[in-house]
Design a protein around this ligand. Structure first.
Ligand code: NAD
Ligand code: LMR
Length: 329
């Protein structure tokens, strides 16, 4: 049976994450090795030529699953009929820019993109926001798309999730594949909280296995939360291949489901679970099945975790208030 291609829109396609991402989408890693895709690449006018170069390289790979590439600087065209949208392109913070300026500049990108998704995307659209500040950019896009169910807008904390698994594996000598049920709570920022109290290593509780609260508080959490800055310091550029890999993981898991007994971390619209104000786009433990996700319920939150979740959620609420004041939501 010939499958209808899935329309995948990638913004910021000529950027460094875009370059690491597009080849993996076209080779079947985003949706599955039997799912054909059509790519729509959205760039600003200055990025179009480089995007065309990447498209030439994509052609040169002769990917059997790639059924077309369209390049545009018009969001209405880019999101027309989109089934999956990866919002990667964002305005980076530049010298002298205040936080409010950054939020305003990104509002100028994510508000019109949210509206274009609202007006033109397919009914089953799934949106992943990668561009920073990812959670609040997702909130802005979601607010501009009142006709799209709110749960279709998600923000990426899978890179933090993967980083935390890797650090925990290194500490305990466990295989990465033995680590389950790790959670990133809150914002994709230095306030995020990687939680190992419900995580398991080869079936045993991770916090009990580690049994070292000093390591947890002084090494593990800051290493994971500040990893993005450490990569920038080391590479002279922000994470790209690992961010693209996490975007692939996020969408693949959303579409294809979490493994039995495991969960993942996604920035999703809060329904008030765990005391996170309704409507904020915050990272939670989620299970996925049949293309939908649910926030894992009933986890006991100890004092150590509560303080840290609350701090990150407060930052999200402050960002929401700032964009509200700017009239962006
Ligand atoms: P980059 O600067 O290399 O590329 C960004 C691209 O976006 C550029 O080509 C630019 O022309 C394009 N762009 C800007 N405005 C656009 C618009 N309105 N429409 C379409 N395209 C637009 O940046 P990068 O390294 O690829 O990173 C992209 C974003 O991802 C940054 O905001 C970065 O901070 C963020 N990021 C997030 C995570 C995460 O875990 N959530 C991890 C790494 C990076
Ligand atoms: C990351 O976590 O690697 C990025 O979000 C860092 C950044 O500021 O781009």
């Amino acid at each position: 049976m010939t499958r209808t291609p899935v329309n995948v829109t990638v913004t910021g396609a000529a950027g460094q994450i875009g370059y690491a991402l597009l080849f993996r989408i076209a080779s079947g890693h985003l949706l599955g090795s039997d799912v054909p895709v059509k790519l729509r690449l959205l760039e600003i006018p200055q990025g179009l030529k480089a995007a065309e170069g990447t498209a030439m390289e994509l052609d040169d790979c002769a990917f059997p699953l790639l059924r077309g590439i369209e390049i545009t600087d018009d969001p209405d065209v880019a999101f027309d009929g989109a089934n999956v949208a990866l919002l990667v392109g964002a305005r980076p913070r530049t010298k002298g820019m205040e936080r409010g300026d950054l939020l305003a500049a990104n509002g100028g990108i994510f508000k019109p993109q949210g509206k274009a998704i609202n007006d033109h995307a397919a009914d089953d659209i799934k949106v992943l926001v990668v561009g920073n500040p990812a959670n609040t950019n997702a909130l802005i896009a979601r607010s501009a798309a009142p006709d799209v169910p709110a749960e279709r807008f998600t923000a990426m904390t899978r890179l933090d999730h993967n980083r935390a698994i890797s650090q925990l594996a290194a500490k305990t000598g466990a295989a990465v594949s033995d680590i389950k049920r790790l959670t990133i709570w809150g914002n994709h920022s230095a306030t995020q909280y990687p939680d190992i109290f419900h995580a398991e290593i080869a079936g045993k509780n991770a916090a009990e296995t580690v049994n070292d609260e000093t390591w947890l508080a002084d090494t593990f959490i800051p290493t994971v939360a500040k990893r993005g800055a450490a990569i920038i310091e080391a590479r002279g550029a922000s994470s790209a291949a690992s961010a693209a890999n996490a975007a692939i993981d996020h969408v693949y898991t959303w579409v294809n489901g979490t493994a039995e007994g495991d969960w993942t971390s996604m920035g999703v619209v809060s329904d008030g679970s765990y005391g996170v104000a309704e409507g904020l786009i915050s990272s939670f433990p989620v299970t996925t099945k049949g293309g939908a996700y649910e926030i894992v319920q009933g986890l006991e939150i100890n004092d150590f975790s509560r303080t840290r979740i609350d701090a990150s959620v407060k930052e999200l609420a402050d960002e929401r208030d700032a964009v509200r004041e700017l009239g962006l939501i």
